[in-house]
Structures are given as C-alpha cells and as structure tokens.
Design a protein around this ligand. Structure first.
Ligand code: ADP
Ligand code: MG
Length: 213
C-alpha cells in the first residue's frame, strides 16, 4: 500500500467524555473524503485536529500521516494543512496580489518571482490581471477564488474544506466546487471536505463518512 496521501489512523475525538467521532481512512492524492454531519457534530473539530489547532477542551487520540509523515507530533505551522473556510478571510489592508504573495513559502526568493507566481495562480482561478484590486471590491465568488488561489500557493500537504461553498448561491457553488476539486486533483492534494450539504458530497465523487447521527 502507498503511504502517499493523508491517512487518518484510528482518530477519535471526545468532548466531556462523549465521543464525537471515530474514524480511520486513507485519502489518496487528488482524492476527496467527504465527512457529513449536522451542525455541532464535530466537523470543524476534526479539521482543527488535523490542522493542529484543536482546543484543549477536546480529548483526541490517533494519528494523522501525510505522505507517511506523522503530523500529530508537529506544531500547526509545520503541518502545512491548507484550509478553506466559509469566509474567504482575505486581509483587507492588502491588495489581492499582496494576499497571494503573503502565502508563498519563503524559500521562493525574489519579489518578481513571487509576484509572477501570484499572477499565475490568479489566472488559474479565472481572475487574470486582478492582482491590484482591493479585496473589498470583489464579489463573493471572486473572493472565494482568491482564497483558493492563496491556499494552493501555500504548497499545502493536504486541503481541508470547512463548508467553503455554503455562502455562495447555487450556480457559483457548482462552479466553485468544480474548480476546487479540479485544482486539487491537478496538484495531487488529498482533500477532506466537511459539509452538511448532500449536493457537496455528491459532487465530491468520493467516499462519504457520516458522523453525529
Ligand atoms: P460542526 O463543525 O460539525 O458544526 P464543531 O466541530 O464546531 O461542529 O463542534 C462540535 C461540538 O464541540 C459542538 O457541540 C460545539 O459546541 C463544541 N465545541 C466547539 N468548539 C469548542 C470549544 N472550543 N470548546 C468546547 N466545545 C467546543
Ligand atoms: Mg463547523
């Protein structure tokens, strides 16, 4: 068996002695695991555990491996989990390009090289030439695309999606889902999508785990 991808190895998370979720699953590079559950079931908690920022109120056990590397022993900043939330969370005091350049790993040297990467990433999400815009002047769908470009530029080991489509209207949702899954597949990223929307789960075309039911 390959160790490429994201392996959730007997992950169990409890709150006040009650187990919220327990699962073992291997997500291959480019594959999508969907975790479904109602509000309050522990979806965001699972992503916080993987990302390394779980609140100490929770008790967690198990391991998370990315390409065979045990993430659970690493601090959040060394795990390199790329997360997209419902809210695009762009920095309002920076241009679109500024938001993107900020995410590029520091080993990419030189202002021109970094800007060129940011421009290419913008083009890759259909926002060619919008680097100088103020994020406040973008539509919700455009902000979501910038957030996607930013997370891809950060060279994550995995992509964690916390209901990122839920604020978009139906047409935009469909486009955005498609874009995220295609880009993740191209980048060979394992994806975990948490959602309470059945249509998200169908579009992901992967296995679905249900929690909190
Ligand atoms: P979901 O994302 O599925 O809506 P969450 O993972 O946010 O659910 O929350 C799971 C449960 O943990 C809920 O009962 C919530 O109230 C509780 N919870 C979330 N964050 C904390 C925290 N920091 N401290 C204590 N309980 C929390
Ligand atoms: Mg949540």
């Amino acid at each position: 068996m390959t160790d490429k991808g994201l392996f959730l190895d007997t992950v169990s998370i409890a709150l006040n002695g009650r187990v919220l979720l327990a699962l073992t699953h291997h997500v291959l590079p480019g594959g999508v695991l969907t975790v479904m559950g109602p509000s309050g079931s522990g979806k965001s908690t699972l992503l916080a555990y993987i990302g390394g920022f779980l609140d100490p109120a929770f008790q967690a056990s198990g391991r998370v491996l990315a390409d065979g590397v045990d993430l659970t022993v690493l601090p959040a900043e060394e795990r390199h989990a790329g997360i997209l939330f419902q809210d695009p969370l762009l920095f309002p005091h920076m241009s679109v390009a500024g938001n993107l350049v900020f995410a590029i790993p520091s080993h990419v040297k030189g202002k021109a090289a970094r800007l060129a990467r940011a421009d290419a990433a913008l083009a890759g999400v259909g926002l060619d030439g919008m680097g100088n815009r103020d994020p406040d002047t973008l539509s919700g769908g455009q902000k979501a695309r910038v957030a996607l470009a930013r997370v891809l530029l950060s060279a994550p080991r995995a992509l964690l999606l916390d209901e990122p489509f839920s604020k978009l209207d139906q047409d935009l949702r469909r486009q955005m889902r498609e874009l995220v899954f295609v880009r993740a597949r191209e980048a060979g990223l394992p994806v975990i999508l948490v959602t309470h929307d059945e249509a998200d789960a169908e579009a992901a075309l992967g296995p679905v785990i249900r929690i909190g039911e």
